[in-house]
Design a protein around this ligand. Structure first.
Ligand SMILES: Cc1cc2nc3c(=O)[nH]c(=O)nc-3n(C[C@H](O)[C@H](O)[C@H](O)COP(=O)(O)OP(=O)(O)OC[C@H]3O[C@@H](n4cnc5c(N)ncnc54)[C@H](O)[C@@H]3O)c2cc1C
Ligand code: SF4
Length: 330
């Protein structure tokens, strides 16, 4: 595996980065920590001749506890005491991403926007060539659900489900100006594993905003993966509760690692608002969510196992968030 040559552009302001994006339309990728993009480039997956580095763009820097600049390294927020006590689900999720080395380079923005994964896609060029490639890179069919229109690659970021449960928003800048969008709306529910984002051409994620009303001890994130030392999620569950620990006023649950985009399950958690939260009601919600999820066979663990684990992980995550809210756990 080798990295083909590319031209590196290093703007220092958002305006310059957007100007370059306009000039190089369709022929560039943004580069943050590179821990997702560059391994994909080494496998010759959807190469572009230009990379616009976001490293020096000043508007994307900085972290003050509520606003996290997109270029903030995961390692920089991992051990932040204020963040851990205000948004424990986010601290859990950050600590579960990859390895310390990857977290030292990987950024918050890159984590939200990482490429979807599939074991027919994340392979070397000769491996994919031997199979005739696939829709997501160089080919015209899907090996998971054989057809020619839709890609089922899985969204495998850890931060998005935790941030969606915490009702975080993403600040986006593009040629038309800036806007804010909820984390779950950053992903296109009508898209697929290829067109997975709701971002317009050239748009940049500038920062993540954590709402003050979500601050508190009652949140958690848990993750199913094959090797706990560094694997991507096969399932990730973010939960956030507010109010009385026994009858929480607000209950939010979001899942990642199962489908093409992370999803929040407000319809299923709605009946829990203001109602007693205990083992039985947590199980009922977990079962309702399990009936809704549709993993496919494109990661290491079989879909049926991931669906069954959904019930277990949703229940455990809800009860862990409740224990934290009640002061019974850290
Ligand atoms: C061995 C290994 C294990 C891993 N395990 C995990 C894991 O367990 N969980 C997990 O979540 N991830 C995992 N990752 C993936 C990755 O390391 C992280 O998701 C990381 O946070 C990506 O951030 P980055 O800054 O390196 O992104 P990059 O690779 O630089 O970028 C990722 C994508 O986002 C785009 N992009 C980046 N920033 C912006 C921005 N601000 N605006 C617009 N576009 C942008 C890039 O163009 C690119 O398409 C793993 C990676 C490796 C190599
Ligand atoms: S789901 Fe299908 S089209 Fe998408 S990456 Fe996998 S094999 Fe390719």
């Amino acid at each position: 595996m080798h990295l083909d040559p590319f031209e590196l552009h290093e703007p220092t302001s958002l305006q310059d980065a957007l100007g370059l994006a306009r000039e190089l339309a369709g022929r560039f990728d943004y580069l943050a920590g590179g821990t997702d993009l560059l391994p994909n480039y080494k496998m010759h997956l959807n190469l572009r001749p230009n990379l616009i580095s976001l490293e020096r763009v000043r508007e994307l820097q900085g972290f003050d506890g509520h606003r996290i600049g997109a270029m903030t390294r995961l390692a920089d927020i991992e051990t932040h005491a204020e963040l851990r006590s205000a948004y424990p689900a986010l601290a859990d999720a950050v600590a579960e991403v990859a390895t310390p080395l990857v977290r030292a380079s990987g950024t918050v923005g890159g984590n939200l926007l990482l490429e979807t994964r599939c074991f027919f896609f994340n392979q070397t060029f000769p491996w994919r060539q031997a199979l005739g490639f696939c829709l997501k890179a160089d080919g015209d069919r899907c090996h998971v659900v054989p057809q020619k229109e839709r890609c089922y690659a899985t969204f495998s970021g850890d931060l998005a489900p935790a941030l969606a449960a915490l009702e975080a928003e993403v600040e986006v800048a593009g040629p038309e100006g800036s806007r804010r969008v909820s984390v779950e709306r950053l992903y296109d529910a009508a898209g697929d594993g290829i067109r997975r984002l709701s971002l317009g051409p050239g748009e940049i994620v500038v920062a993540v905003h954590l709402p003050a009303h979500s601050a508190g001890p009652g949140s958690a994130y848990t993750k199913l993966r094959v090797r706990p030392s560094f694997d991507f999620p096969e399932l990730g569950v973010g939960a956030a509760l507010r109010g009385d620990p026994n009858t929480p006023e607000v209950v939010r649950l979001a899942l990642g690692g199962l489908e093409t985009y992370p999803r929040r399950f407000d319809a299923e958690t709605g009946p829990l608002a203001g109602a007693p939260l205990d083992a039985a009601s947590a199980r009922a919600v977990a079962e309702a969510i399990t009936r809704k999820v549709r993993p496919v066979h494109n990661t290491f663990l079989p879909p049926d196992y991931r669906r069954r684990m959904t019930e277990v992980f949703v229940r455990r995550t809800l009860l862990r968030a409740q224990d934290r809210l009640a002061g019974r756990a850290t």
